[in-house]
Design a protein around this ligand. Structure first.
Ligand code: HEM
Length: 487
């Protein structure tokens, strides 16, 4: 490959990039060798903090194409007309491991999709699972600490994980999914994605529906066995990165069908009355037989980033990024996330992280945010203040014409423990698994459970029993094979 002559960062041609300037051939180095100093200084500053979760990931650009009209539900312009295309950027990730950790770890997978729409960036920052471990963001830092390293040993700890899960029955649904075959997907192309939370859509008449987003892989679901995942973790820790990059480089562009579950407020109220499940509880799913999937479009990934650090490491997604025609919901986890991402990125990437090409909107934007480190798109000569009468200062409902949200009850801290059903949906997922997959679930659980204190095992088994007696019995039997006898 032709390499242009080297310059300093300021564009000055470098005379010699191989020999530092020294006082005599063996002498100490000269402070005036600015090129040497700049090179060493920049090298020392190459790292930015890794994401506090989802640190290891892979990204790709693509296209979203509308295949079905959903304008009755949303006025969002990216859906205006079958055939309409919107540029996207997607980042897949594991969750608990560090930047260099193995791609095949048993872990949920992040599935973050950015749509560069003409009315700003819409980020759907989801996972490959439709539910989550907890339902209140106040527990998130504690939960994540159990997935990271023990503060003293610096080792991952099954005891920390199951100590937390066994005291948080709401986690059982996702724990069941995590320890099933779906906990070790075969790369990123062979898994589904989910927005997971309940979001809202608003149409041109100002009517609101609640929705859940789904991405169904056209490559087919494929998972790794626990043994294969463990083997790959040692022999090819970057297995998923290699697979995604290679497929796109070869022109085998992965695709997902984008689908939607839709419900009116009234339908959700009736569903809650019938099932007892809060439709805004992230540990629950909306069963497809109650809310069928509607087709919306196709997501295709068709271009590898040129530069991993600039485009993938510095990518900054936020669930708060919703465009006109879309809204949030009272899901407490979503509410916590609306704050957490931008805040994390102010620290991780910097004050002006939205100025970087991968994060910048691809439509005009105007506001009065100015200055700060690395201000690249700083508004030029335009005024740096808004007047009260300036456009965009006319409040209309919550945002983007969304009707006001009716509230119930007083402000306070509400403890749902013992009052909410955290077992039926976990049991339903268990009962859905074919015999071999149930056995894999038992074995996958028995591995880490055989390493934790009996008291924790007992507590966790009691949760399995409540979901389905066959679940608890299966894990007990698998533990026995490992020499752990539990009454
Ligand atoms: C990344 C917080 C729940 C999916 C992150 C990051 C933070 C965070 C701080 C790093 C952001 C960055 O540095 O760019 C939280 C909090 C949660 C929560 C406080 C709960 C209250 C969830 C849930 C999902 C999810 C429920 C999926 C449904 C992701 C994904 C990423 C991420 C996919 C990586 C995005 C990327 O690829 O850059 N989370 N998270 N998180 N989170 Fe969450």
């Amino acid at each position: 490959m032709h390499q242009p002559p080297i310059t300093t960062a300021s564009g000055i041609p470098v005379a010699d990039n191989q020999n530092s300037a020294s006082a005599g051939p063996r002498g100490p180095l000269l402070l005036q060798d600015f090129h040497l100093i700049e090179k060493l200084q920049h090298f020392n500053r190459e790292r930015i903090p890794e994401r506090v979760v989802h640190a290891k990931g892979s990204g790709a650009y693509g296209t979203f194409t509308v295949t079905h009209d959903i304008s009755r539900y949303t006025k969002a312009k990216l859906f205006a007309g079958v055939g309409k295309q919107t540029a996207t950027f997607v980042r897949f990730s594991t969750v608990g491991g560090e930047r260099g950790s193995a791609d095949t770890e048993r872990d949920p997978r992040g599935f973050a999709v950015r749509f560069y729409t003409e009315e700003g960036n819409w980020d759907l920052v989801g996972n490959n699972t439709p539910m989550f471990f907890i339902k209140d963001p106040i527990k998130f830092p504690d939960f994540v600490h159990t997935q990271k390293r023990d503060p003293q040993t610096n080792l991952k700890s099954a005891t920390m994980m199951f100590d937390f899960w066994s005291k948080a029955p709401e986690s059982l649904h996702q724990v069941t999914m995590l320890f099933s075959d779906r906990g070790t997907p075969d790369g990123y192309r062979h898994m589904d994605g989910f927005g997971s939370h309940t979001y809202s859509l608003i149409n041109a008449a100002g009517e609101k529906v609640y929705v859940k987003w789904h991405f169904k892989t056209r490559q087919g679901i494929r998972n790794l066995s626990a043994a294969e995942a463990a083997r790959l973790a040692g022999s090819d820790p970057d297995y998923a990165q290699r697979d995604l990059f290679g497929a796109i480089a070869d022109g085998r562009f992965p695709q997902w069908e984008v689908k939607l579950q839709v419900a009116t407020e009234q339908q959700l109220a009736e569903w809650e009355a019938r099932t007892g499940w809060n439709p805004f509880d992230l540990t629950k799913v909306w069963p497809h037989h109650d809310f069928p999937l509607l087709p919306v479009g196709v997501l295709e990934l068709n271009r590898n980033p040129d530069n991993y650090h600039a485009e993938v490491e510095q990518a900054a997604f936020s669930p708060a990024n919703a465009v006109p025609g879309m809204g949030y919901s009272p899901d407490k986890m979503l509410q916590g996330r609306l704050f957490a991402y931008h805040d994390a990125q102010l620290y991780r990437v910097g004050t002006n992280h939205q100025h970087l090409p991968v994060n910048a909107p691809r439509c005009p934007f105007h506001n009065h945010q100015r200055d700060g480190a690395m201000a690249i798109q700083n508004g030029g000569a335009a005024p740096n203040y808004a007047t009260v009468a300036a456009e965009g200062s006319h409040p209309s409902g919550l945002g983007h014409g969304e009707p006001a949200l009716a509230l119930h009850g007083g402000a306070g801290r509400y403890d749902g423990r013992g009052k909410e059903d955290d077992y039926t949906q976990a049991g339903n997922l268990f009962r859905l698994l074919p015999a071999q997959e149930r056995q894999n679930l038992f074995d996958n659980l028995a591995g880490p459970l055989s390493q934790v204190p009996q008291e924790i095992v007992q507590r966790q088994l009691a949760l399995f029993d409540r979901a389905d007696p066959a679940y608890g019995a299966g894990v007990r039997a698998a533990l026995k094979v490992k020499g752990v006898n539990i009454a």
